[in-house]
Design a protein. Structure first.
Length: 754
């Protein structure tokens, strides 16, 4: 049948080509005749398609089974789905908050003995064997088992292991102390995972530089032999999940002294320092970079008189602009500081920017500080702007140090490339001080999406998957003789985007309907047109997340015809974006361009959009349903409890498939029971429906109202089954049952008799 359809289409295409050739050769062919040919050919194709798909018979069968057509209520639908997503995210946030409280308590109560070596498993020293199979001296053996849930890696679910970035080891007293008390997190790591088997990697990142990660793995992952060219574990303290969890959003004016660029070494250090500062920023932050000598100007000319959102695109432009800075002879640091104060004051006064922290970052090799009168004019007495000074090479500068300390900042002297990251990181700890001193709020931070780990989808096990992370700060609550403001680190967990998407069932959205999530910056967490790179070598080799930053307006392409349509549709799209950023509920309607066939073709479709905030998070959920048919759904289920037929008669053999990404049924602990195909899983659960005491469990467990009330541990057979979806699947199987067994000639005779 397939070959027949294919041949017919080829003949049709040749026929249309021949029409075009004939038209060139004989210009007098009547247009009406050509139109009639096309109409007849189209009718024939339609009739053949109707017979091949058995459209009429399928319609009659559904009518015979009392199927009904129902009109959707988009707002009710998006509210229900947003509530499901919120419930899942509450589980993750509660797990992080429990880790936060346990870590702070452990840091207070655990004894610190500087003479005792901490006991821990280092991922770098687990299961290292010589060629003859003996354990390498200085390493430890640990039982690891392959786990599909954790990136298909061998893991140990009873403990954590520690990863060290370059230049960090347990010989440092702060590292050793942190290793000792953070060991007490292991029982809670295990308990969190047992209570919520969907929980992904949990971790504690210490400000001293080590990363404790559960479950334990060896490193490098996947049993790769360590080679000199293997990348090191990324210094996570520069990642959004750490910096964003440690500080609130910030406005930065980075002032780079171009007179420092006469020396190649100083130029290299200055560029590296500025780039490291930019690496700590996320889309919640605003920034600009200025070069100064006698005059002051932006390094990116189109960012003139502004602070720009620190999106990956803008940060990349700022980094590239550093290489075009030319060396000068005289530096006017006072003019540069005045420019920095002016732009920060402008954004603070007008309500733009981050509206939280503001700071000037001075990168210079000169030891001279601006006049104190200038600082008093702009920053005293309330000191709304912190000043951080990075002296590149050269001698110490008491003037720069005093200016930074008096203005609630930090002074650092950078003399080598090894110094850069650690000295830049000091500003993160300083910006965290108010939160530590007041010790009231523990802000929850959600990162942008990034590609990390491996997908658990059928057929895509070796492909990267989109992830987000949720983190919280660990504050030092010890009673010191002199009050200090130490940030101990950040705890967090990763959340695969697949876990979010499966809570918005595609079958409820219908054909050509889709969902998406937008954060507080208008960036999409997921969207059908968000297509990140599929491979993740950087993440797999170094745990370095590369965050995606795609705006909603870049994936929802409003259609227009003429200037009035440009204004109308684009205005409606940006109204939708603004409402979702401001976490409003609403609906709208406009036309968008939709691509298909590997982006070879485009069609125009009008969508009804419905959106709802996910309360307690920076996200909003949106639904796009095609106008007209997209607002209708067929309700057709076969009640299995009272069915007199054997459903397995309709789901046998290998000539049927179910959607691999739809969640019909699943066990709470996906790692306990594995299925090689989605069809095998469906048959397994259909078999269970026949057993005494079967319950559908179509409602997912509800998150406790507080992280103090931990959810009960699910039993080994705990599951979720979407009753409506499964019974609709069985109805589809019954309605279409036997079609493939009939002779095609019989089908033609039946249709001719109608």
């Amino acid at each position: 049948m397939y070959r027949y359809v294919k041949s017919t289409l080829y003949i049709g295409i040749l026929f249309l080509i021949s029409i075009g050739i004939s038209h060139q050769q004989e210009e007098d062919i009547p247009h009406n005749e050509v139109r009639n040919w096309a109409l007849k050919f189209g009718v024939d194709l339609w009739e053949f398609g109707r017979q091949a798909t058995k459209l009429g018979e399928i319609q009659r069968n559904y009518h015979g089974m009392n199927a009904a057509v129902n009109k959707k209520d988009g707002l009710v639908l998006v509210r229900e789905m947003a509530a499901e997503v919120k419930n899942m995210m509450d589980f993750k946030m509660n797990a992080v908050m429990r880790l936060m409280e346990s870590a702070e308590q452990a840091a207070v109560s655990s004894p610190r003995d500087p003479t005792t070596s901490p006991r821990y498993y280092s991922s770098h020293e687990i299961n290292r064997f010589t060629d003859d199979g003996k354990l390498t001296p200085g390493t430890r053996e640990l039982l690891l088992s392959m786990n599909r849930h954790f990136d298909n890696l061998p893991v140990n679910l009873s403990m954590s292991a520690v990863l060290f970035p370059p230049s960090v080891d347990d010989s440092d007293s702060q590292v050793s102390s942190g290793l000792q008390w953070s060991d007490h997190l292991d029982p809670l790591f295990v308990n969190n995972y047992e209570s919520d088997p969907t929980l992904s990697w949990q971790y504690f990142g210490s400000t001293s530089g080590f990363l404790r990660r559960f479950p334990a793995i060896s490193w490098p992952a996947r049993g790769r032999d360590s080679r000199p060219d293997d990348p090191d574990v990324y210094d996570f303290r520069m990642s959004d999940w750490f910096v964003g969890g440690a500080t609130c959003p910030k406005d930065l004016a980075i002032l780079v002294d171009s007179t420092s660029f006469s020396s190649k070494k100083i130029r290299k250090l200055a560029v590296a320092t500025t780039k490291s500062i930019l690496d700590t920023l996320s889309t919640n932050d605003y920034v600009n970079v200025y070069r100064f000598a006698e005059s002051v100007e932006e390094t990116v000319q189109c960012f003139k008189d502004s602070l720009v959102q620190a999106s990956p695109e803008n940060v990349r432009s700022l980094k590239n602009s550093l290489y075009s800075i030319q060396s000068d002879s005289t530096a006017n640091v006072s003019a540069a500081m005045a420019t920095g104060f002016e732009i920060l004051y402008k954004y603070n006064r007008t309500g733009k920017g981050a509206q939280c922290n503001q700071a000037i970052m001075l990168v210079t090799s000169n030891t001279e500080a601006p006049s104190s009168d200038l600082i008093k004019k702009y920053n005293w007495p309330h000191m709304p702007v912190r000043i951080f000074t990075y002296l590149i090479g050269g001698d110490k500068s008491s003037e720069l140090q005093e200016m930074a300390c008096v203005n609630k900042g930090f002074y650092a002297r950078v003399t080598s490339m090894e110094d850069v990251k650690s000295k830049v990181f000091e500003y993160v700890k300083v910006l965290a001080r108010p939160m530590v001193l007041y010790q009231h709020d523990h802000p929850i931070h959600w990162t942008a999406a990034y590609v990390g780990g491996e997908s658990s989808r059928y057929g895509e096990e070796r492909r990267g998957q989109l992830m987000t992370s949720v983190t919280a700060p660990i504050l030092d609550r010890r009673n010191h003789t002199v009050k200090t403001a130490n940030l101990l680190g950040i705890v967090g967990t990763d959340v695969p985007i697949d876990q979010v998407q499966k809570l918005v069932p595609p079958y409820k959205l219908g054909v050509n309907g889709y969902s998406f999530i937008v954060d507080n910056n208008g960036r999409v967490l997921y969207h059908p047109d968000l297509r990140p790179l599929p491979t993740t070598p950087n993440y797999e080799n170094s745990l370095h997340p590369r965050y995606t930053s795609v705006d909603l307006s870049e994936v929802e392409l409003a259609e227009f015809e003429g200037l009035s349509y440009i204004y109308n549709n684009n205005s409606l799209l940006f109204d939708l974006r603004r409402d979702m950023i401001e976490q409003k509920e609403g609906e709208t309607n406009f036309a968008v361009k939709i691509h298909y066939d590997n982006m070879k073709r485009v069609t125009i479709r009008r969508h009804n959009y419905f959106y709802e905030p996910i309360v307690g998070t920076p996200f909003s959920l949106g639904l796009a349903l095609p106008e007209g048919y997209g607002m209708l759904e067929v309700l057709a289920e076969l009640e299995l409890k009272h069915a007199i037929l054997n459903v397995f008669d309709y789901l046998n053999g290998s000539n049927w498939k179910v959607h691999p990404d739809w969640v019909y049924c699943e066990y709470s602990s996906a790692s306990d029971k594995q299925f090689s195909t989605p069809e095998e899983r469906i048959l397994h659960f259909l078999g269970r429906t026949r057993m005494p005491g079967w319950k559908w469990m179509s409602m997912r467990p509800k998150s406790p109202s507080s992280h103090h009330n931990q959810a009960s541990k699910p039993d080994k057979d705990a599951h979720y089954c979407d009753k409506r979806l499964v019974q609709s699947l069985v109805m589809d199987a019954v309605v279409t049952g036997g079609f493939n067994k009939r002779d095609s000639n019989l089908m033609h005779r039946e249709d001719n008799q109608k």
